[in-house]
Design a protein around this ligand. Structure first.
Ligand code: HEC
Ligand code: HEC
Ligand code: HEC
Ligand code: HEC
Ligand code: HEC
Ligand code: HEC
Ligand code: HEC
Ligand code: HEC
Length: 414
């Protein structure tokens, strides 16, 4: 800390900064001792770790951003930092559906043991900005915590933040409950009945998907089908994203914590973060599904983060859930419950065969019957540079994948 200050030109400035830093130290000590957490409550322990600062990695890390993927962070249990529930849950969730939740940042003791150096660096240490909007000895206001997303994502920090995790929701293990968990209350009742009957929940018809999945920004009755104003001269073959293309998914703990309650015995309990959150296998900033076109998305002026995230994961970018002949099908006509793996980071992997439907929609026994895949495969065979644009934005420039020729063969055989 002092080393940095000796570069300051004027003695007075030096003194002022030093005094400010001292006040800060006193504050931080007070805060960390006041907090109930056991992580860094022993003062002797803190002094010792001050002599042994964390080992330097070759590239000087940027302390403006928290990263779970550091060996010393990974080595700790989630609850070394995330204490369930946080003190502010009642302010975040109000009314009769309020529930205990994790809605605030970890507090100082969960970091201080290892990061004294960064916490006491200069008058406005960078590390504070991870959690605080305007850090200082007197400013404790914080960015919204990433959960719930509705509050976080519109905030300046939330707009650019990228989650390091995928949510793990094993659909197959919950199938018997779908349809009954319309609200927090009915989910709780349903689970209570299940516990009493001592019988496995009978797999109900999977019609309850709507509890958790609704069209994302549906067109509904609105006149304009596009998510942003389309150019007037948009040609038939030009792509412009439409409302109701994507299917939404849970953005909070509301549904999950109706059954998975703290002390309720059903694992995972809310404090078992790691059983529902798995580190993403992807570097989400760079590794995108290739049917996303960043330039086109920028042209369309799409700012909506959720929409961009969903598009990035698509393989069939143009598929629109709200299109009436898609909407009248059952979810399970295209999505096989046993095959959904929400932690893969790959999005909904839908077999192209399901585009054939039962009556041959986009894949028909003969090309004359109008199947789009038949048509595009014919075109591709006639001309190697033909780009498939019926279902794809970008992906249709690539070589024909085996899955497509197999799907065609399966239907033409019938
Ligand atoms: C060393 C402390 C620490 C540990 C251990 C830790 N976290 Fe965090 N976690 C944080 C901090 C700090 C933030 C806020 C980061 C931010 O918003 O920039 C955070 C944010 C998050 C977020 C929201 C941001 C994102 O990337 O999605 C999730 C989810 C999360 N933690 C899950 C977990 C899980 C699951 C575990 C255990 C496997 C865990 N954390 C362990 C400190 C920790
Ligand atoms: C058990 C020790 C330990 C604890 C507790 C701990 N960290 Fe770290 N942290 C490290 C080590 C070691 C590194 C890697 C070397 C370094 O950057 O100093 C690191 C790196 C970081 C980085 C740099 C990330 C990057 O991309 O390289 C940030 C930011 C950070 N920690 C913030 C925190 C915050 C905030 C907390 C509390 C919520 C916390 N750490 C808790 C040991 C710890
Ligand atoms: C990992 C998130 C995190 C980081 C990093 C962090 N804080 Fe905090 N800070 C909190 C939380 C959470 C609270 C609320 C009190 C609590 O629960 O400990 C808080 C409380 C405070 C308070 C009010 C304390 C009181 O007396 O109630 C001040 C002042 C403060 N922080 C300043 C700082 C400064 C300065 C830094 C950087 C040196 C910093 N914080 C770094 C999360 C953080
Ligand atoms: C006609 C086939 C079809 C039907 C019916 C269908 N989907 Fe999809 N769904 C898809 C395709 C195709 C994708 C995109 C897959 C890709 O490109 O990787 C998708 C993607 C998704 C996604 C990921 C987000 C997104 O939109 O990209 C979710 C969640 C989803 N579907 C849920 C549902 C639910 C719930 C239902 C029933 C209400 C349903 N789907 C009905 C074909 C269908
Ligand atoms: C209606 C009650 C209910 C709701 C709501 C619910 N669950 Fe579950 N969950 C269960 C039951 C019952 C089991 C045990 C199933 C089993 O062991 O076969 C379970 C098990 C799990 C498991 C452990 C599976 C394993 O392989 O060990 C995870 C993870 C999980 N749920 C995540 C979630 C998430 C995420 C949500 C919210 C999106 C959620 N659950 C909502 C009842 C529920
Ligand atoms: C029963 C499963 C379950 C448990 C346990 C659980 N979560 Fe979540 N969490 C979810 C689901 C489902 C969502 C909403 C989906 C989403 O936002 O991706 C979510 C969303 C979040 C978000 C906001 C979105 C994001 O990924 O940044 C944060 C932060 C978060 N959880 C942190 C935690 C922490 C910390 C714990 C442990 C104290 C925890 N969760 C325990 C299932 C769970
Ligand atoms: C209790 C809530 C819940 C119910 C009910 C539910 N899902 Fe999901 N579903 C989730 C969560 C949580 C995710 C992960 C979302 C994410 O990663 O953003 C998900 C993701 C998906 C995905 C995309 C997979 C991915 O990796 O992105 C598909 C497809 C899907 N669900 C289909 C269905 C279908 C079909 C049904 C009904 C049979 C259904 N879901 C019922 C919670 C639910
Ligand atoms: C009726 C819609 C449809 C048409 C037409 C279509 N595709 Fe696809 N395509 C899909 C779906 C759905 C997937 C994801 C699932 C799969 O591969 O089975 C996909 C995936 C792909 C992939 C990624 C495969 C992978 O494994 O990474 C490529 C490349 C691709 N298509 C190229 C093409 C080409 C080239 C054509 C034209 C000859 C074409 N597609 C026509 C729906 C379509």
């Amino acid at each position: 800390m002092l080393k940095g200050l000796t570069f300051m030109p004027q003695r007075t400035v030096k003194l002022v900064v030093f005094a400010a830093a001292l006040i800060l130290c006193v504050y931080l000590l007070r805060v960390s001792t006041a907090a109930k957490s056991g992580v860094a409550s022993a003062p002797q322990k803190r002094l010792r770790s001050q002599k042994n600062p964390p080992a330097k990695t070759p590239a000087q890390p940027a302390y403006a951003k928290f990263n779970h993927n550091v060996p010393q962070h990974l080595a700790q249990n989630c609850d070394a930092c995330h204490k369930f529930p946080t003190a502010n849950w009642k302010e975040i969730h109000q009314g009769k559906d309020a529930y205990e939740d994790i809605t605030d940042y970890p507090s100082h003791p969960s970091c201080l043991n290892c990061h004294r150096q960064q916490f006491f660096k200069g008058a406005q240490p960078t590390i504070c900005t991870i959690c605080h909007t305007n850090p200082g000895p007197r400013h404790s206001s914080r960015h919204p915590f990433p959960n719930p997303r509705e509050l976080f994502e519109p905030s300046p920090k939330g707009q650019s933040a990228v989650s390091q995790y995928e949510v793990f929701f094993p659909h197959d293990k919950h199938e018997g409950f779908f349809g009954q968990m319309m609200t927090r209350r009915s989910a709780t009742l349903r689970y209570a009945a299940f516990q009493q009957s001592a019988q496995p929940a009978a797999p109900a018809a999977p019609t309850g998907c709507a509890t958790c999945h609704q069209l994302y920004q549906a067109q509904g009755e609105a006149a304009d089908e596009y998510v942003t104003p389309a150019p007037k001269d948009l040609k038939d073959e030009d792509f412009w994203l439409k409302k109701g293309t994507f299917m939404g998914a849970p953005t909070s703990h509301a549904t999950c914590f109706a059954c998975h309650t703290q002390g309720g015995g059903l694992k995972p309990e809310p404090s078992d973060c790691a059983r529902c959150h798995k580190l993403s296998p992807l570097d989400k900033l760079t590794e995108a599904q290739s049917d996303f076109d960043a330039k086109l998305a920028a042209n369309m002026a799409i700012k909506d983060k959720t929409m961009l995230e969903k598009w990035r994961r698509r393989q069939a970018g143009k598929f629109r859930h709200e299109w009436f002949s898609h909407a009248e099908l059952k979810c399970s006509d295209c999505h096989k419950i046993a095959e959904i793996n929400t932690a893969s980071g790959k999005g909904a992997v839908v077999n192209v065969l399901s585009c054939g439907g039962s009556g041959g929609c986009h894949i028909t026994p003969t090309s004359d019957e109008g199947g789009a895949l038949n048509f595009e495969i014919d075109q591709r065979q006639a001309k190697a540079t033909f780009q498939c644009t019926k279902c794809h934005v970008n992906e249709g420039k690539k070589p024909l994948p085996e899955s497509h020729s197999k799907a065609l063969a399966a239907i033409t055989k019938k």
